[in-house]
Write a protein that binds this ligand. Structure first.
Ligand SMILES: Nc1ncnc2c1ncn2[C@@H]1O[C@H](COP(=O)(O)OP(=O)(O)OP(=O)(O)O)[C@@H](O)[C@H]1O
Ligand SMILES: [Mg+2]
Length: 382
């Protein structure tokens, strides 16, 4: 812990305690200090001295969150976690042996600035997990833990740039894991499905020798979705093949393969019902079957209505989820962030930086915590 954060812990700690007393004071709390707090670098505990007038319920949790989120900003970021998150306070009398826990991050998460798209941002955690950095100083995506990614944003919000950022990192990830022992069955690590033929995504896919699938101008609209379905079918075969090997050698890890589908919703728009149905069922199967075989899906879309893009069960397979929007609402968060309600949305501080609201929003990565997100900024790319 740095000296700076020690000061923060003390100063913010007394500020929080005083603010909660001032704002939530009842006859009760002013008499016997019913609300107590303990701030640490990564968490805040809030507990009551029972019997208290205050009820420790979701309302109380939200009330406290409403006070602490702006108060701790920018010293700490309060991460949202649905439900009443109680922890034990060991060795305390029954009057105060439980506390609400708020998970914090010391300091803001800052946007990554990428000077050179070729530079990868890979990181090995203490427990040996390989991660891809998404924000400074320490927010990572661990793809072997959170297999599939869903990214929702309206047009021009930065979906395609974000997956462009990921491409070299994903390829680097596969190569590093191969060095660490995963079996290279000479599958291409990168499958990029790009219905919009984005020039930057295309160029980057070419440079990295990705398997790049796009609508060909001289062919019919149906030919594109047929190409996509053929590729998804091949991926399902690959998973089945790998699963056979796993039966004999359950510890085997395979080369990580990334199926990146930009604008996954737009693809079936151009198709007849039959190819549409094939597309959805392949996507569902891919999401449901692939976890143990190191096949990952990264899907972007403007909305993630279940039934329209994937089944609600398959949607649950996206353990890392991003919504890019400067204004989170019940409407835009209902597909990927169902646990957010009006109160928790208001408590999430989605702040801007000198790059404005570009690629700004919220993220969750499998542990249930939701926090503000800022996409890496790619310098020198159109
Ligand atoms: N991370 C970023 N770094 C630098 N520029 C960005 C970034 N994200 C977005 N931009 C800028 O915003 C524009 C739109 O971004 P992008 O094409 O990724 O959005 P999109 O959500 O894919 O939109 P569309 O619906 O048009 O496909 C880009 O052309 C670029 O100028
Ligand atoms: Mg795009």
């Amino acid at each position: 812990m740095t000296l700076q954060s020690n000061i923060d812990v003390q100063e913010y700690g007394s500020l929080i305690q005083a603010a909660l007393n001032a704002k939530l004071a009842t006859e009760d709390s002013t008499y016997n200090h019913a609300i107590n707090t303990k701030l640490d670098n990564d968490k805040l505990l809030v507990w009551l001295n029972e019997p208290s007038e205050t009820i420790m319920d979701i309302n109380f949790k939200n009330q406290v969150e409403q006070i602490i989120a702006p108060l701790l900003f920018p010293g700490y970021i309060v991460k949202f976690k649905p439900g009443l998150n109680l922890v034990e306070r060991p060795n305390e009398p029954p009057e105060s042996s439980r506390a609400l826990i708020y998970h914090l991050h010391h300091g803001k998460y800052a946007r990554l600035l990428i000077d050179n798209i070729n530079d990868t941002q890979l990181f090995e955690s203490k427990s040996g997990n390989l991660g891809i950095k998404l924000m400074n100083p320490d927010f990572f995506w661990f793809p072997r833990k959170s297999n599939h990614m869903a990214l929702q944003a309206v047009t021009q919000a930065g979906k395609t740039r974000f997956i462009t950022y990921l491409l070299p990192n994903l390829k680097g990830f596969s190569e590093l894991e191969a060095e660490r022992g995963s079996i290279d069955d000479s599958t291409n690590a990168l499958i990029v499905i790009d219905p919009k033929i984005d020039p930057v995504l295309r160029e980057e896919s070419m440079r990295l020798h990705a398997d790049y699938i796009y609508p060909k101008i001289d062919k019919s609209d149906y030919s594109f979705i047929n190409d996509v379905n053929t590729k998804l079918g091949q991926m399902i075969d690959l998973i089945k093949h790998r699963a056979e090997i796993l039966k004999e050698q359950p510890k085997t890890k395979f080369k990580d393969v990334w199926v990146i589908i930009d604008e996954g919703l737009a693809i079936p728009e151009m198709a007849n019902t039959k190819s549409k149905n094939i597309y959805f069922s392949f996507l569902d199967r891919l999401l449901l079957m692939s976890a143990s075989t190191q096949v990952h899906v990264i899907l972007t879309g403007q909305a993630f209505n279940a039934g329209q893009i994937v089944s609600s069960f398959a949607r649950l397979q996206f353990s890392i989820r991003i919504l890019m929007t400067p204004k989170v609402t019940i409407e835009n968060s209902q597909y990927l962030f169902k646990s957010l309600d009006e109160a928790s949305i208001n408590n999430l501080i989605v702040d801007e930086d000198e790059y404005g609201s570009l690629g700004v929003g919220i993220i969750t990565s499998g542990d249930g915590q939701i926090l503000p997100f800022k996409a890496p900024f790619l310098k020198g790319i159109r």
